[in-house]
Design a protein around this ligand. Structure first.
Ligand SMILES: *Cc1c(COP(=O)(O)O)cnc(C)c1O
Length: 352
């Protein structure tokens, strides 16, 4: 039996990936040398498609990394002199802070509540050079709206604002102008095989990177930027993922259309789960609820996951603090309408 996956990462890849991979193989792309002209041209085209389809400002720079985790490290290593300040309410935001602390021990942060709208007036000490926010907290299904991020930046214009959008970029419209650093990895909303991260930088972020001048690592941001400006990479990159990103962006109708589809689906899910006593959103406050990852409470999650699998449906495990009380459903663009229908039928016949 074919299993439909709602796992929030690695998640279902776009159906077209099969066809694109076949073509990549036949055209020899998978064995291209990354120092070749063909590769450079592909990289240039991919970066320009990113800007066009995701509505990234022209003066922002884009680089590829190996993962979102690597982006956490690059921020601590190349964009922070002494300390960053982390606002978090879940496992990924907290993990980011802990990774940053290993490189910059003075790093601090503040936790906020699951149902709480992030306070834009929050006092951030003068020594913190960079404010770190997880836009979409994959572990508990909450999000921070771009309006709030924008306000935090406006209240702290001299600090950089870094945003982890790993499980929302590629699915919803992000207001890139509202912050300085945005990053994601391709195995979530982008619907691609795991193995590549994406980092987007404002002119202010690039300036800070240059003035810090950190250049001691293979992935020092200045070195990476120098390479990408020439459409080269500091090390042999994931050529396959770059190719697949290019091909999927080429056929994409743009991020606004994508968002429309996802928001429609979320609204349907909200109406649907209202009908149930035993399946409830973990997050009650709709304003802070994620648009791309649903965390659903049930009293016997283990049983539910087993039954779902028997019916050909893989839902995501709960994560961190919510591991045993919730399961997660990805609302990513690559997930088919008929898969959603299958999931709803399963819920209806077993839990209603
Ligand atoms: C998945 C995820 C990460 C880690 O991504 P990797 O590509 O595995 O490094 C970081 N932050 C958030 C919010 C995530 O969902």
């Amino acid at each position: 039996m074919k299993i439909v996956s709602f796992y929030p990462g690695p998640s279902r890849v776009y159906s077209k990936v099969t066809e694109f991979l076949y073509e990549a193989y036949m055209d020899g792309v998978l064995s291209w040398n990354h120092r070749s002209k063909e590769f450079s041209e592909m990289l240039e085209k991919t970066l320009s498609l990113m800007k066009e389809k995701l509505l990234i400002p022209e003066d922002y720079e884009i680089v590829f990394t190996s993962s979102a985790t690597e982006c956490w490290e690059i921020i601590a290593q190349s964009l922070t002199r002494e300390k960053s300040f982390h606002l978090y309410n879940g496992a990924f935001g907290e993990k980011w802070m802990n990774y940053a602390k290993k490189l910059k021990p003075k790093t601090t942060g503040q936790q906020f509540g699951l149902e709480e709208k992030l306070n834009t007036e929050i006092a951030i000490d003068d020594e913190s050079e960079i404010v770190c926010i997880t836009q979409n907290e994959t572990s508990n299904g909450t999000h921070v709206s771009c309006d709030i991020i924008d306000q935090i930046k406006k209240n702290n214009p001299n600090k950089l604002v870094a945003v982890d959008a790993t499980s929302s970029m590629g699915g919803i419209v992000l207001d890139f102008k509202s912050a300085d650093i945005w990053f994601a990895s391709v195995q979530k909303c982008f619907g691609l095989p795991a193995g590549m991260g994406i980092m987007i930088l404002s002119p202010q972020a690039v300036q800070v990177s240059e003035s810090i001048g950190e250049n001691a690592h293979y992935n020092s941001l200045n070195f990476v930027l120098e390479n990408f400006r020439k459409f080269q990479t500091p090390y042999t990159p994931n050529v396959m993922d770059i190719y697949l990103l290019m091909r999927t962006l080429e056929v994409s109708k743009g991020i606004e259309r994508m968002q429309e589809k996802l928001l429609g689906r979320i609204a349907d899910y909200e109406k649907f789960f209202e009908e149930f006593d035993s399946l409830n959103f973990l997050v009650k406050n709709k304003e802070v609820r994620s648009q791309t990852v649903l965390a659903i409470e049930n009293e016997d999650v283990e049983k539910l996951k087993k039954e779902a699998l028997r019916a050909g449906i893989l839902v995501g495990n709960g994560y961190g603090e919510w591991k045993n009380s919730t399961f997660r459903i990805a609302n990513f663009p690559a997930i088919k309408k008929r898969a959603v229908k299958k999931l709803k039928n399963f819920c209806w016949s077993n839990y209603k």
